[in-house]
Design a protein around this ligand. Structure first.
Ligand code: COA
Length: 98
């Protein structure tokens, strides 16, 4: 499962908040990479989109490794970006030019 949407970031039209989930039974088989490529293909088909963006928990090593492998770079650290059950989590904001 994967999602994302077109929005503005600092005056630029971008595909933002890309998020994906692969069922644990099917992980490690390249499915996330395939889903990310499909989002990238979709973004390339849209007019005036040159950047993909996403947020990820700083502790989410598998996802960060996936995104870096696909060419995303950390552009900002977002302290206390998410709060769950009273606990705050830091995010990385990552981006890739397409
Ligand atoms: C992160 C997630 C999407 C990866 O899905 P996946 O289908 O297993 O990933 P892939 O098989 O396509 O792996 C692609 C790359 O991701 C990285 N990766 C994936 N799982 C990893 C793990 N457990 N540890 C380290 N790196 C990992 C690797 O770089 C891997 O490339 P490699 O196989 O050449 O080393 C999956 O673990 C998941 O759904 N996690 C829970 C939800 C989540 O964290 N979503 C992302 C945040 S929005």
């Amino acid at each position: 499962m994967i999602g994302g949407y077109v929005d503005n970031y600092k005056g630029e039209k971008v595909v933002k908040k890309i998020a994906l989930f692969v069922d644990s039974e099917f992980r490690g088989k390249g499915i996330a990479q395939m889903l990310m490529h499909s989002v990238e293909d979709w973004a390339r088909s849209l007019p005036n989109i040159k950047t993909l963006m996403l947020q990820v928990y700083k502790e989410n090593v598998p996802a960060i490794r996936l995104y870096k492998k696909l060419g995303f770079k950390v552009i900002e650290e977002l302290p206390a970006a998410v709060a769950k059950n009273g606990v705050e989590y830091d995010d990385y904001l990552m981006a890739k030019n397409i």
